[in-house]
Design a binder for this molecule. Structure first.
Ligand SMILES: [Fe+2]
Length: 224
């Protein structure tokens, strides 16, 4: 499993369930619990605030149910902690986040994002619709990081892109160093995704030890 993950930069893992889909369906319809709201982050996308962790225990429970901690260890051969959980509603017919790496060096050599990078697990539920295109991933780009992201353009001629669709039984686990692109939403539609970000515990403690939510998130993940 880890050889393929290292080669491609992603894999699909079992995830989902009726109860989780019910909670996500309500959020998608903006039928939210008291004290929570959907706040615009990028153009045409809205994140659940103030936080996902306290909204419903299903989000941590699903990680336990599908043995995600062990799967991540066996897939990445690293010991990651949970950094944060996001729920995002998207209605933008342009990609809110076109081809990018979560961590990269720009044309002046400046670092952006967490270094070293982590992994993400994203669940794109189907919610009784046909499978929709959700994410593109440039297979193998996770193993290459230029000191100037301008050179990334050349990779599109060499590497193939993998399309990830919504799936009620699977989530995608991917190396955030790889080039990936969010597929735009179709006209007059909106969709929801559940995003788990993993990083090393040391990095989270070094950068966010004064942030109660991140500290609570680490603790909840350790307890599952
Ligand atoms: Fe990203």
């Amino acid at each position: 499993m880890y050889k393929q993950f290292y080669k491609d930069g992603f894999c699909q893992v079992n995830f989902g369930g009726e109860k989780l889909d019910q909670v996500l369906t309500k959020i998608l319809k903006n039928d939210l619990k008291d004290g929570y709201n959907l706040e615009s982050k990028y153009l045409g996308s809205y994140d659940l605030r103030p936080d996902v962790l306290s909204y419903d225990k299903i989000f941590i429970e699903s990680l336990r149910q599908y043995n995600i901690k062990k799967i991540i260890e066996e897939t990445t051969l690293k010991n990651y902690s949970l950094f944060h959980i996001q729920i995002r509603v998207v209605e933008n017919t342009n990609s809110y986040m076109d081809w990018h790496r979560d961590t990269y060096y720009d044309q002046s050599g400046e670092l952006h994002g967490k270094s070293p990078h982590g992994v993400k697990l994203i669940y794109y539920p189907e919610l009784n619709k046909e499978k929709q295109d959700r994410l593109l991933y440039l297979r193998g780009s996770n193993r290459i990081l230029f000191p100037n992201n301008l050179y990334d353009r050349g990779l599109f001629k060499i590497l193939e892109s993998k399309k990830v669709k919504s799936n009620k039984d699977k989530a995608i686990l991917f190396d955030t160093n790889g080039l990936h692109s969010v597929c735009p939403e179709t006209k007059n539609n909106k969709s929801i995704r559940l995003i788990y970000s993993f990083l090393s515990k040391k990095q989270i403690l070094d950068d966010h030890n004064d942030n109660k939510l991140h500290m609570k998130t680490i603790q909840m993940f350790e307890e599952i």
